[in-house]
Design a binder for this molecule. Structure first.
Ligand SMILES: Cc1cc2nc3c(=O)[nH]c(=O)nc-3n(C[C@H](O)[C@H](O)[C@H](O)COP(=O)(O)O)c2cc1C
Length: 347
């Protein structure tokens, strides 16, 4: 898929998730087959740009391109400024967040709340495109199907966004009112695809290669975006690519491969966050990797009780070696064996 000057290697994207898709995780997803990875959202508030959290999010050292940064805010001038700020720090694609259900910026709701104020949404899009166009940086948009069931205006906004110069549109098949409840509906995604000429990305509840193929077929979308199903399973992208190419399911990864990826992930994670914060924030990633696996919940309990990097790595490594003695490959996702007790794990 062509996005401005960039040819994306495949149409299986990892979704931006604040607190999850940081640079280490994005790098790993790309290495394991994701064709595109957008950063966690970065606030447009200038007073927060110097904060450690925001500057960490705007740091792309060693990240393979094209580097896509998502910005969130409610003010067109500040959003344009945020686009410039991030382009100066390496952003090659700017994504506007109109999909997040819960982000308050300057006492106003940003993200998907903008969908209920179409003139303001359009002003933001125009201001960001005006800031990016002179540098040849494509602007993309991520949104939901609408504000609420009665006001599903994704098609109207998508048409206006395309006319304003947006080059790719992602639609999460839920309204803002739904937050993450219920199921994603992809009928609106199909309607958006039929209404615009720019590439459309379908998002919401895709958690398997079969699901990716079904949504691509149902919507005619150009790509799919995977969020929660990639947590602790970054190899889902190569599984989708294999299934789409061959029609057969790829064997689950070898435990030895998972060990290599997880260790690499942890190492990169501690380097970005430092040992103290790194150990605490790595816990959720480790928890996702090990959930549904033998001894997983037990390992999670133990790593929640240590604040030491060396000890955290040792616990994870011991568990992986223990797992390796019992199986070569991870179980297929639907066939995860039942939990094994702590006493068994320690045996
Ligand atoms: C923990 C978490 C953080 C998220 N943060 C963002 C964000 O920063 N920007 C955004 O556009 N969407 C964000 N989302 C929404 C996802 O990008 C995605 O649209 C949503 O999770 C639906 O996709 P899924 O069913 O594949 O998870 C977030 C979702 C989760 C679960």
């Amino acid at each position: 898929m062509q996005l401005g000057p960039y040819l994306l290697p495949n149409p299986y994207f990892v979704a931006p998730m604040a607190g999850v898709t940081d640079r280490p995780f994005r790098k790993l997803c790309r290495k394991l087959g994701a064709g595109h990875a957008v950063s966690e959202m970065v606030t447009s508030r200038p007073d927060l740009q110097a904060s450690l959290k925001t500057s960490r999010r705007a740091n792309h050292d060693g990240e393979p391109g094209p580097i896509a940064v998502q910005i969130a805010g409610t003010d067109p001038v500040m959003m344009a400024e945020a686009a410039r700020y991030n382009m100066e720090r390496g952003a090659q694609i700017i994504d506007i967040n109109m999909g997040c259900p819960a982000k308050k910026v300057c006492n106003r709701w940003a993200g998907s709340a903008l969908m209920q104020d179409e003139p303001l949404a359009l002003s933001i899009i125009e201001a960001v495109v005006a800031a990016c166009a002179p540098r040849g940086v494509p602007v993309t948009l991520k949104m939901r199907t609408g504000w609420c069931e009665a006001r599903r205006n994704a098609v109207v906004l998508a048409r206006a966004a395309e006319a304003a110069g947006v080059q790719m549109i992602t639609v999460h098949g839920r309204t803002r009112e739904q937050a993450y409840r219920g199921h994603a509906e992809h009928g609106t995604v199909a309607a958006v695809k039929a209404a615009v000429g720019v590439p459309v990305v379908a998002n919401g509840d895709i958690d398997s290669p079969q699901g990716a193929r079904r949504v691509l077929r149902e919507t005619g979308a150009d790509a799919v975006m995977i969020g929660r199903a990639a947590q602790g399973r970054p190899w889902i992208f190569r599984e989708i690519a294999h299934f789409m190419a061959t029609g057969t399911l790829r064997a689950p990864p070898l435990v030895a491969e998972v060990r290599q990826w997880l260790m690499e992930h942890l190492d990169d994670h501690y380097t970005l966050y430092g040992d103290g914060l790194g150990v605490r924030t790595a816990r959720k990633h480790i928890g996702w990797y090990v959930q549904d696996l033998p001894g997983g919940p037990d390992l999670r309990d133990r790593i929640n009780r240590t604040d030491d990097r060396t000890e955290q790595v040792r616990q994870v490594d011991d568990w992986l070696q223990w797992l390796h003695q019992r199986m070569d490959r991870l179980p297929a996702p639907d066939a995860a064996p039942h939990e094994i007790a702590h006493s068994d794990l320690m045996a």
